[in-house]
Design a protein around this ligand. Sequence first.
Ligand code: SF4
Ligand code: SF4
Length: 135
Amino acid sequence: MNWKPDIKGLIEPFTALKYLFKRPATITYPDVKRETPAGYRGFHVNDQVKCIGCGICEDICMNVAIDMVTPEEIKNPKNTSGLIPRVDYGRCCWCSLCTDVCPTKSLKLTPEYVLVTEDPNDFLYTVPEPKGDIQ
Ligand code: SF4
Ligand code: SF4
């Protein structure tokens, strides 16, 4: 049998070495975070000082991702139901219908989208208060 070494096949793995000297094509997350575009639909926030507990956000959600829960404290005296929304991110598709129909505009989506956790129950949470101005 006439054996011929596969020179090309032997050299080819070393061509990967050239990438050691090239700039990476990816960003070094989490040191560098990509800016979200304007209007990005990330996690919800709810300004409880404005929320009237009407439950329209729950009614409109086609994914049944919102249920109304009792908060520790009612911050709006006009919240007659005594309830605020809780979102299940295992169901939410970020369609934003709930924020569109919110009569007080207390419920909004933010550019935040990263939630790393070992507990799946963390994806079901009472919508937090906004930390700053959300458009
Ligand atoms: S977030 Fe808006 S729609 Fe939902 S209960 Fe509060 S006021 Fe009503
Ligand atoms: S964004 Fe859409 S799917 Fe998510 S909670 Fe609101 S209405 Fe439901």
